[in-house]
Design a protein around this ligand. Structure first.
Ligand SMILES: Cc1cc2nc3c(=O)[nH]c(=O)nc-3n(C[C@H](O)[C@H](O)[C@H](O)COP(=O)(O)O)c2cc1C
Length: 338
């Protein structure tokens, strides 16, 4: 059987549904080549944070100022920079684009509406194939209602979508009061893809040092549950919004599960962060599963286990708490432990 892993994701032709998610290596050409050779469909360039860009600029200007005072020649070698700093990334992305064929989606995060639009336009000019708005943050303004927070987010997304021609995706946090409604609103402002879900740093306390420790961490088995449920419950075959599953997808079978509930593609980081070549094993596993189950294309099984295609699953999709249905205790323990 001829297995075709290629898929269309918001107008981009991907050779496989595996996208390498934003991580510290996705701006490094050596890694991008490995991902491409392994068969990844696309890569997300690590988030360009306006906050970081401005901090780096400030440091650069301070260093140059100090050195320039000591060496008058520096004024001509490195005259004061007028740009916002995004130009360094634009240059890098343009160079990367010359060296890889798979689509490059560029993630970014800004601090005010004007910059969101400026960055979006600059990244588009660099030759990026799509944008990924990184919308992860924790609201803490007590005077702002949840509705106002969401409206602000939608305004950012709308402004970005209207300012560029390339497709725009949005990576959101798992914390919305009514996430399906928010997804509808994203579709209304013409977002083409939504990543469900990004994850926050792990927040903990180091008891030896008596210090707070916030750090990125690798996902573990079981962390995919929320994405799997949300994708399956929201999936609509007639909707223009492509769903991208993310977090806790650690194997080819995890990828298959997410496509079965309606994901167009999956973004993976933890599974390949330390072993970038493992992407090819994941892709082979998807292929083998398709072959065993007589599916020749991704579209053949996409959404088969979604709520839309299985009205009888509505109850299961909405069941979030344990109801005591007089189950035998040893059976229950067995289910918990598996
Ligand atoms: C070290 C590290 C750095 C990351 N950097 C970014 C980033 O720059 N932008 C972003 O949107 N997500 C970033 N992420 C989050 C991943 O893209 C992804 O959303 C998260 O790891 C969940 O996917 P996974 O379970 O496949 O790892 C990072 C994750 C790790 C582990």
């Amino acid at each position: 059987m001829n297995i075709d892993l290629s898929t269309n994701y918001m107008g981009l032709n991907l050779k496989s549904p595996l996208i390498i998610g934003a991580n510290p290596f996705t701006d490094k050409i050596d890694y991008l080549r490995i991902y491409e050779e392994a068969g990844a469909g696309a890569v997300v360039y690590k988030t360009i944070f306006q906050e970081q860009v401005e901090k780096d600029n400030l440091l650069f200007d301070e260093l140059m100022g100090e050195y320039g005072d000591r060496n008058a020649e520096m004024v001509t070698i490195a005259p004061e920079r007028e740009d916002t700093g995004i130009e360094d990334h634009v240059f890098k992305i343009t160079e990367i684009k010359k060296q890889i064929k798979i689509p490059l989606i560029v993630s970014f995060n800004c601090t005010n509406i004007k910059s969101w639009v400026e960055y979006a336009k600059a990244i588009e000019k660099s030759g990026a194939d799509a944008l990924q708005i990184n919308l992860l943050f924790v609201p803490h303004d007590l005077k702002k209602s949840s509705n106002e927070v969401e409206e602000e987010q939608l305004q950012i997304v709308k402004s970005v979508v209207e300012s560029v021609k390339i497709p725009v995706t949005v990576k959101i946090s798992p914390f919305y009061s009514n996430v399906n409604l928010f997804l509808d609103k994203l579709a209304e402002v013409n977002v083409k893809g939504v990543v469900l879900f990004g994850k926050f740093l792990n927040f903990d306390i180091n008891m030896n040092l008596n210090k707070i420790n916030a750090r990125p961490y690798l996902s573990h088995k079981g962390e995919n549950s929320n994405s799997l449920r949300t994708v399956g419950s929201y999936y609509k075959s007639e909707c223009n919004l492509s769903l991208v599953s993310n977090t806790g997808i650690l194997s080819g079978m995890d990828a298959v599960k997410n496509i079965l509930v309606g994901a167009s593609v999956v973004e993976m980081v933890s599974a390949i962060l330390l072993e970038p070549r493992k992407a090819s094993v994941i892709i082979d596993d998807i292929k083998n599963w398709m072959s065993k189950n007589n599916y020749s294309k991704i579209e053949d099984f996409k959404g088969l286990l979604s709520e839309e295609k299985n009205k009888d699953l509505k109850y299961t999709y909405n069941l979030v708490q344990y109801l005591d249905n007089k189950e035998n205790v040893s059976e229950l323990l067995k289910r918990i432990l598996i």
